[in-house]
Write a protein that binds this ligand. Structure first.
Ligand code: AMP
Length: 278
């Protein structure tokens, strides 16, 4: 695997690679890689071409400095995992490599920025679009892969790509789960054994809503789901929403594509999860 830490070296290497006709696939991550991340790389490999995984803990998308400080950064383990699955390129820049001092531009991403995750994490999607814009601009990938796990993030990035006319194809890959249903996340290592058990209420409730979905009973389902999560010890619900999968507005009985989304603090760890319905 080729490892680049500077934008210039990566750019030069990509000139040759693109000249050889290889399609460029990008999988942006913040590292602490698990099977969720690896599944994105494997999907990229299935489609052919070269696969670049970026690992960059993006300070601009953390609204809580403590969260940024505690974010796991096991880079040597990550390199091993990427080598084991034959990833072609790792791009692992320092913060100063991607950002100039006092960079102040940002994108207007419309109402999505202030909904659900955006409401609870002010500035988060500004930070996400800032870094993904930089990565797209530097790498100019043909295709970029993101997880359904961060459903709203995928919507925000699609929005940015459409508005900026980036010539990139976006692929959303399914959520990878532990055998008991917990969505894989780099943050799961912060869960205590008790938290780990309590955290299951999130995937269980999403599954229950999907199983019991009835378009004429959305408010009742939402209410019962919220209650089930609030009743779980050690879990502090941020939101549970049954939404239109294209707009994230609350779903009604005419909505075609529905997604149920949840965010909650389990012990000290904030988790998100979602499920597509129908
Ligand atoms: P992160 O390192 O958390 O920024 O995630 C990098 C990419 O991996 C994002 O596109 C996430 O949506 C995706 N991802 C994270 N967890 C999972 C998972 N459990 N299943 C599928 N994709 C995931």
């Amino acid at each position: 695997m080729k490892i680049f830490t500077t934008a210039n070296e990566l750019r030069q290497y990509l000139v040759q690679l693109k000249a050889s006709g290889a399609a460029i696939n990008l999988v942006p991550t913040m590292g602490a890689l698990h099977q969720g991340h690896l599944s994105l790389i494997q999907e990229a490999q299935r489609r052919g071409g070269a696969v670049i995984c970026s690992i960059f803990v993006n300070p601009k998308q953390f609204n809580d400095p403590k969260d940024l400080e505690l974010y796991p950064r096991p880079i040597l383990d990550d390199i091993k995992k990427l080598e084991q699955i034959n990833c072609d390129i790792l791009f692992n820049p320092a913060v100063s490599e991607l950002y100039a001092d006092n960079e102040s531009w940002h994108l207007n991403i419309g109402e999505l920025e202030g909904m659900l995750e955006g409401k609870f994490r002010p500035g988060h999607y500004q930070g996400v679009t800032h870094v993904v814009h930089k990565l797209f601009d530097l790498i100019k990938p043909d295709t970029a892969f993101f997880g359904q796990k961060d459903y709203q993030q995928f919507m925000v990035i699609s929005h940015m790509v459409a508005e900026m006319n980036f010539p990139v194809n976006l692929v959303m890959c399914p959520i990878q789960r532990e055998p008991d249903g917990l969505a894989m996340s780099s943050r799961n290592i912060h869960l205590t054994p008790d938290d780990r058990q309590h955290a299951l209420i999130l995937s269980k409730t999403l599954h229950w809503v999907k199983q019991n979905f009835n378009p004429n009973n959305i408010q009742r389902l939402k209410h019962d789901a919220e209650k089930a999560i609030r009743d779980e010890p050690g879990v502090e619900l941020a939101y549970f929403e049954i939404a239109d999968g294209d707009t994230l507005h609350s779903a009604d009985n005419n909505t075609k594509k529905i997604v149920a989304l949840v965010a909650a603090k389990v012990g000290k760890t904030r988790l998100i999860d979602n499920v597509l319905i129908g």
